[in-house]
Design a protein around this ligand. Sequence first.
Ligand SMILES: Cc1cc2nc3c(=O)[nH]c(=O)nc-3n(C[C@H](O)[C@H](O)[C@H](O)COP(=O)(O)OP(=O)(O)OC[C@H]3O[C@@H](n4cnc5c(N)ncnc54)[C@H](O)[C@@H]3O)c2cc1C
Length: 397
Amino acid sequence: MTACDVAIVGAGPYGLSVAAHLRAANGLDIRVFGEPMSFWERHMPKWMLLRSPLAGSHLSDPDKALTLQAYQAATGKAITAPLPLSRFIDYGRWFQSQVVPDTDPRKVECIDKNGFGFRLLLEGGEVWKARRVIVAAGIETFAWKPEEFWHVPRELASHSCDHCDLSRFAEKKVAVIGAGQSALESAALLHEAGAEVEVLARAPFVRWLWRQKWFHTFQPVARLLYAPPDVGQAGLSHLVARPNLFRRLPRSTQDRWGKRAIRPAGAAWLHPRCEPIRITTGRAVTSAVPRGGRLTLTLNDGTSRHVDYALLATGYRVDIARYPFLASPLLKAIPRVDGYPKLNDRFECSVPGLHFLGAPAARSFGPLMRFVAGAEFASRNLTRGVLGNVKSNSLHN
Ligand SMILES: Cc1cc2nc3c(=O)[nH]c(=O)nc-3n(C[C@H](O)[C@H](O)[C@H](O)COP(=O)(O)OP(=O)(O)OC[C@H]3O[C@@H](n4cnc5c(N)ncnc54)[C@H](O)[C@@H]3O)c2cc1C
């Protein structure tokens, strides 16, 4: 059995950022498991543009030496806004090559507690032990489908995260379910790829962000209204950008404002691309019935649609019980609320040495944790906490 001090599960923005901070802190043997930036490459549409501004799209290292601008200077590859997905993936992999070139691409199949700390079973059968485990495994397993589609075969309907190449739907009639950025951008990309698209949304209208671009760009007004990660509405954005402040609000306020900050909306630059697309709002799908190789969708106004495919851009619901790698005795030992683990200041759950980063930390630290921009706060705080422990608990053997 091979051993390390800290095992990081997942090599996305959070896993890579925390690895950069911990590695810089000297002396700890850190291992990162998982394929770098694989969620972004395999589960987002190829021609997507990031909705986050550039200021909210840096991975984090302690000296801020590996920003998007540093990547541009080092590689000569241009950074433009909005940032194309392929460039962001390339940036993530460049970051990884600088901080954890020895990332182990194998998946972690099972994590269990043992006397030493944790036991990790890797894809292929190798077993590792680690004093600490940082779960930075992202949201893929949290993809949520409405009940009406549970029985529909994947050939007729699937979650948006099941696709990275929407060109396969050229000439097809596709219903996109949802009203957020993912639904609207998928609809635009489908239309541009030659599909006949209709967006079906329960919401009474589609919310477009940044219609008043002026508010976001004209200084000093923009700075007063929005913090750089630009998550949440004017004013609220500053609170969201300060997780330590956000988490001190009364629980009911955190819940209410947390939801408000991430309500479904489309970026303003997407608006003109969606203009040629039929968008039907205020309608819910009440049934989805496969018929002769196609799908009949019945809506709550009694009308129906006959389509070749339904693309479900219906979001993600955090529930760590859906991480397939947490062994049941370990999972049972983690107190959860609505699927989220309860975390302390250093992102650790009540099982000592087990940390969660990214979306699972959003109930404890607010909506910033759902975005790349949250990696800075999370990595710094977790590292500070772990180093404090290294001294007192002597993490090394
Ligand atoms: C369509 C779409 C667009 C988005 N656009 C933006 C945006 O513009 N800006 C923004 O900030 N956020 C955006 N997000 C949210 C984005 O997903 C998160 O901000 C980001 O991925 C969080 O990083 P992460 O490291 O937590 O997760 P991920 O990037 O998902 O990384 C987790 C990694 O862990 C790996 N993993 C999982 N299980 C295991 C295992 N058992 N063993 C090893 N590895 C494992 C996964 O394969 C994955 O590579 C978007 C999300 C979607 C779906």
